[in-house]
Design a protein. Structure first.
Length: 178
């Protein structure tokens, strides 16, 4: 578009509504609107196959590289997530890998090094963006009468985020802290 903007579909998990997402992104392309998809990668490959022809940019969240830790944090295995990341990195669509950095959950140097090694092995490899945890969701949970299970957490310190960034960069992967 002339403004340099575009349309980003995010979720929940928008790839679980692949038919709608593909039609919406196709309509955007018909009007020369840049398209992006934010995904956690937990959807069938056929969903991404439907969306890819209409996609300019992909923002792919990876929460943890250890399968057991991923299951404990999210309730699902990361096997499908990592398989989809591999396939999508090879698709030719511009891709960024994001990791929300949550203190005590996925911020260990070991996990970030595993992320760096994984991304370094992807086609491209795509750049990484580290997103420091923030508690902005807490008021929403309170309004909904739900427990905010991360209420005891403090956002990570800038110095720690820069150390994690440098670990990723040490593997030849472009990385920034959001």
């Amino acid at each position: 578009s002339a403004s340099g903007g575009g349309v980003t579909i995010s979720g929940g998990e928008p790839a679980l509504q692949a038919g709608f997402a593909a039609r919406l992104l196709e309509a955007c392309h018909e009007h020369s609107i840049h398209t992006a998809l934010e995904t956690c990668g937990y959807a069938p490959w056929t969903a991404y196959q439907a969306i890819l022809p209409h996609l300019d940019q992909l923002i792919f969240d990876i929460k943890h590289l250890d399968a057991d830790s991923h299951t404990r944090l999210t309730g699902v295995s990361n096997a499908l997530v990592l398989d989809n990341a591999r396939r999508l990195a090879g698709s030719g669509v511009s891709m960024t890998i994001r990791m929300p950095v949550i203190p005590g959950r996925n911020d260990s140097e070991e996990n970030v090094l595993r992320l760096a090694e994984f991304v370094a092995g992807l086609a491209g490899p795509p750049p990484v963006e580290l997103l420091p945890y923030h508690g902005y969701g807490k008021p929403k949970y309170e309004r909904l009468g739900r427990d905010y299970t991360l209420s005891d957490l403090e956002p990570p310190k800038r110095e720690g985020m820069l150390r994690l960034r440098d670990l990723v960069r040490s593997h030849g992967v472009r990385c920034e802290v959001a």
